[in-house]
Design a binder for this molecule. Structure first.
Ligand SMILES: [Zn+2]
Length: 457
């Protein structure tokens, strides 16, 4: 017997109903009002944005319409990280005195230090509120019971998802600090209907269940909301998860620094809506810096056919530490036009397609090759190395080939173990480390290319 899937009548307007969702003109009005509020709050009190506006020769009053927004230059992750490094521990993107902030979350270490992000009660309230919209888009029902297979550590992850569901009156169960077996039992014993975790971890739970002869298809789980890596929109991964759980997979996209702003539509599988009620979405050509999409900019405010580019976000409700025109580094294909669900929010067709920079996402962690490089360089007995990325299964597997210096080959296997352990403890993922014969790896004189992608089978 198949279980009840997501209620597909939810969200679809019936003929004669008043429109339930804002059209694009109404969305733009809402965005402009929120943007004006944001600028009045931050330009002046917030040193980061005050300086940014001054450097651009702008005042808050110069941004009178959405079409004026592109007068403000983009902000990059590098600029934010540099600001935090120059003014530790939190940088200068703070609108209020430090004592007003009640939460800190941080991104995983990339090239060393991760980014720290502070929230005031009001900013966090906005963050949690975004999740309420997310639950609307996936048609969460009042009697859905949510299980969070998440560590509840410093990563922002599903913290706000938990609070958002609880605020709606749903049963919420935290699965931090448990083994996979214990999580499975908790999920089944409590008749959870929704599972929230990374796609990799959902696959792992499915494998564990199979080993323990637990039939997840007969469980109450009817939906998975997965985030942290692109697997939720990767067809092979979705198919495996949907088959293993007999449940619908929803891809959720969000960032510590911008908020939880993307969720796949219940009516349009493969299309991830961006919450334009809470953020202004723009698209830029990453190579030429040409603006491809920006609401309010004539000729750039519509995308009936999907346009590919780098996603740029301005979050409108996180006044304590907002981001304006933030280049996310995510490559997406954006489309406007009313969705099957009735919403006019833009859609990312196929979710996040990749990264503009060289960041690798491994098991939900953002990893920069430079971080692996710096670890390898700590081992004097490694002469050369290369990183092999295998994404054939839809998720990234990392193999590190190390070539010992001449004379060190005898202790090579212990060396490989030590490198693997160091990567695990510092970068939080498991890399397969194998030893390459002496002299076998390519050497580089100029800019090294030490990352190779596994060839298709
Ligand atoms: Zn939709």
């Amino acid at each position: 017997m198949r279980k009840t899937r997501a209620d597909h009548s939810h969200g679809k307007p019936s003929p004669g109903d008043p429109p339930r969702f804002l059209d694009r003109a109404a969305l733009a009005d809402r965005q402009l009002a929120a943007l004006r509020r944001l600028l009045d709050a931050v330009v002046g009190p917030n040193p980061f944005w005050t300086e940014k506006f001054a450097a651009a020769g702008l005042t808050a009053a110069d941004i009178r319409t959405l079409a004026d927004l592109p007068r403000l230059p983009f902000t990059t992750k590098t600029q934010v990280a540099a600001d935090q490094a120059a003014k530790p521990p939190y940088g200068t993107n703070l609108t209020f005195p430090l004592k007003r902030y009640v939460r800190m979350h941080q991104t995983s270490g990339t090239t060393g230090q991760g980014m720290r992000w502070l929230d005031t009660p009001e900013s966090w309230d906005w963050f949690v509120g975004c999740w309420s919209t997310i639950y609307d888009v996936v048609a969460l029902k009042p009697d859905d019971r949510l299980y969070f297979a998440f560590s509840f550590g410093p990563f922002i992850g599903f913290w706000a998802a938990f609070e958002g569901a609880q605020r709606r009156g749903n049963f919420c169960l935290a699965g931090g600090g448990l083994s996979s077996s214990a999580r499975l039992r908790a999920m089944l014993d409590n008749r959870a209907t929704a599972l929230l975790c990374t796609p990799t971890y959902a696959l792992h739970l499915a494998e564990t269940a199979q080993r323990e002869s637990l039939d997840l298809r007969r469980s109450a789980v009817r939906m998975l909301i997965v985030a942290g890596e692109p697997g939720g929109s990767v067809p092979g991964v979705r198919a495996r998860l949907e088959a293993a759980f007999d449940a619908r997979v929803f891809d959720h996209t969000g960032m510590t620094e911008t908020g939880p702003l993307g969720i796949e539509c219940v009516e349009a599988p493969g299309c991830v809506h961006l919450l334009e009620s809470e953020a202004i979405v723009e698209l830029v050509d990453p190579s030429a810096d040409t603006l491809l999409f920006s609401p309010g900019v004539p000729g750039r405010d519509t995308a009936p056919d999907p346009i590919e580019g780098e996603l740029v976000l301005t979050n409108l409700g996180r006044l304590g530490s907002p981001l304006l025109r933030y280049r996310t580094g995510d490559v997406v294909r954006l489309r406007t036009g009313r969705c099957a669900c009735g919403r006019s929010l833009v859609q990312m067709v196929g979710g996040i397609l990749g990264r503009c920079d060289d960041m690798i996402i491994v098991r939900g962690n953002n990893v920069y090759p430079a971080a692996i490089d710096s670890i390898v360089r700590e081992f004097d007995s490694i002469a050369e190395y290369r990183i092999i990325l295998d994404t054939r299964a839809g998720l990234t597997d990392v193999t590190l080939e190390i070539e010992p210096v001449a004379g060190a080959a005898g202790a090579a296997s212990a060396l490989a173990d030590r490198v693997a352990e160091t990567i695990k403890s510092r970068l939080f993922f498991h890399a397969h480390v194998r030893v390459a014969p002496s002299g076998s790896l390519p050497r580089f004189e100029m800019k090294a290319r030490r990352i190779v992608r596994a060839p298709p089978v």
